[in-house]
Design a protein around this ligand. Structure first.
Ligand code: ADP
Ligand code: TYD
Length: 189
């Protein structure tokens, strides 16, 4: 099963991916934790370019390329019975890249990227997220984050994301994620 945790910067994704992975490993599952952008050469280039204002079409293509390589790896892991838990996935491109250039082309270039079986959207108020963020990447300003949050909520409706209130404390959020995932895993077994 391919599980993705999504949300704006500061929602708590990387922390919750880690907590969920550790818990599921303790329960005896084979778990792989991943992240987008990845640590590949393309991922490294993306991180470098994120610090500059780069053409959005180029960023869309780079994110998609990074993701298509990753998708091939995920497919192999799923075949081996792993639970793959990701910090971000193609939905991040649907949110951040489509703000300027619309969703259709973003969807087209991500046609060959794997879609997660379950997407958990950590929904956090922008002011709470900003307080949690120390980094100053171009994405982290309040009007941008507000637009991104609204886009996530639209996608959540369309693609059945599970929405979790990420304003709550770390343990409460973790327990809610666990409840949802446990129910999905048991249903599949
Ligand atoms: N529910 C929470 N309550 C308070 N602080 C949190 C919570 N979740 C995450 N944090 C803290 O906020 C910061 C950003 O969390 P992180 O997991 O990196 O978010 P993201 O990956 O979504 O950007 C970290 O310092 C983390 O410890
Ligand atoms: C995966 C992905 C990330 N991003 C952006 C969102 C983030 O601001 C940035 C870096 O992602 P990330 O490392 O998750 O940021 P952070 O650790 O600060 O939460 O990349 C996109 O714009 N499109 C994408 O497809």
């Amino acid at each position: 099963m391919y599980i993705c945790i999504e949300g704006i910067d500061g929602a708590g994704k990387s922390l919750q991916v880690k907590l969920l992975s550790e818990k599921l490993k303790k329960c005896g599952y084979k778990v792989i934790q991943i992240k987008e952008p990845t640590d590949s050469e393309i991922g490294k280039l993306i991180r470098k370019l994120l610090r500059k204002e780069v053409n959005n079409a180029l960023m869309t293509l780079l994110f998609a390329a990074d993701r298509i390589i990753l998708s091939e790896k995920i497919k192999k892991l799923l075949k081996k019975g792993y639970l793959v838990i990701s910090d971000r996935c193609l939905w991040s491109s649907f949110v951040y890249q489509s703000i300027d250039i619309g969703e259709d082309w973003v969807e087209e270039v991500n046609k060959y990227a794997l879609k997660p079986d379950i997407t958990i959207f950590l929904d956090v108020d922008v002011d709470v997220a900003m307080k949690r963020c120390e980094k100053k990447e171009i994405f982290e300003n309040s009007s941008y984050l507000n637009k991104a949050r609204r886009k996530y909520l639209q996608l959540a409706k369309k693609h059945n994301f599970i929405i979790i209130d990420a304003n709550n404390d770390i343990k409460t959020v973790h327990n809610e994620i666990l409840k949802v995932i446990a129910a999905k895993i048991q249903k599949k077994e």
